[in-house]
Design a protein around this ligand. Structure first.
Ligand code: IPE
Ligand code: IPE
Ligand code: MG
Length: 229
């Protein structure tokens, strides 16, 4: 069983287009699948999952789409709070300073009030980019070098791991990308160094429990060598 699964929630726009509906209709459907997937993961005994919800690159989308996604996030905060009451810890990864105050305050509060929950960790990547995350780590460690707290030669992989957003998550074992695209799109690039990948043709709003089961089975059949024999 993978301990930590990353989900690239892709294909919302195409799902809506197929129905001659606006893209934001697809995002709404996708958000409901996000909620269900957390429960399926818990049923399968997975310990953590990180969901790619909005990337540092997604700001380039048309203004009304970005606005729609932000409003959806506002609506979803209530559902996230309810899930956080069921012993789920929420960790929002990414640069939250870009969000409007009302959203940011809620997200920080949910993170804080759920931090002792230990049944499941749900990571939600918002204004997240793997390159930005690594640059952020470099900045933090450089600051420590300047203040004399750290020597450059003491910087190790482990030290970097300890400043990543995912420092309290189990190792990322599996990345699932629906929608037919086969790329990471700047998602958890450091963490995915030895993850297994399962790409699926289903669009995210159509993603079902059986698709998750299929990906987990596929993972179970893989031989992970981590460079060994
Ligand atoms: C993913 O679905 C959701 C976000 C990036 C916010 P898309 O909106 O990328 O859907 P497609 O890829 O255009 O179908
Ligand atoms: C990745 O999907 C980002 C999220 C799912 C939030 P994109 O749709 O933005 O990725 P590209 O543009 O196809 O690489
Ligand atoms: Mg897409």
């Amino acid at each position: 069983m993978p301990q930590h699964i990353g989900f690239i929630m892709d294909g919302n726009g195409r799902w809506a287009k197929k129905r001659a509906m606006p893209r934001n209709f697809g995002h709404k459907q996708g958000a409901s699948v996000f909620k269900k997937t957390i429960n399926w993961c818990r049923e399968f005994g997975v310990r953590a999952a990180t969901f790619y919800a909005f990337s540092t690159e997604n700001w380039k989308r048309p203004e009304d789409e970005v606005k729609g996604i932000m409003n959806l996030l506002r609506q979803y905060i209530k559902d996230i709070r309810a899930m956080a009451k069921e012993n789920v810890r929420f960790v929002f990864i990414g640069d939250l300073s870009a969000f409007e105050d009302d959203i940011r305050v809620e997200l920080l509060d949910i993170m804080d009030t759920s931090k002792e929950n230990n049944e499941f960790i749900a990571g939600v990547a918002l204004n997240y980019g793997g390159r930005a995350e690594i640059a952020n780590c470099a900045r933090k460690l450089a600051e420590k070098c300047v203040s004399g707290e750290l020597e450059p030669e003491d910087i190790t992989e482990e030290l970097i791991e300890n400043v990543l957003y995912t420092r309290e998550f189990p190792p990322l074992d599996l990345v699932i990308r629906p929608s037919g695209e086969q790329r990471l799109s700047n998602f958890l690039i450091w963490q995915a160094a030895y993850a297994e990948f399962v790409f699926m043709d289903v669009l995210w709003p159509d993603f079902k429990k059986k698709d998750l089961e299929h990906a987990i089975k596929e993972f179970a059949g893989r031989s992970r060598r981590f460079g060994g024999v």
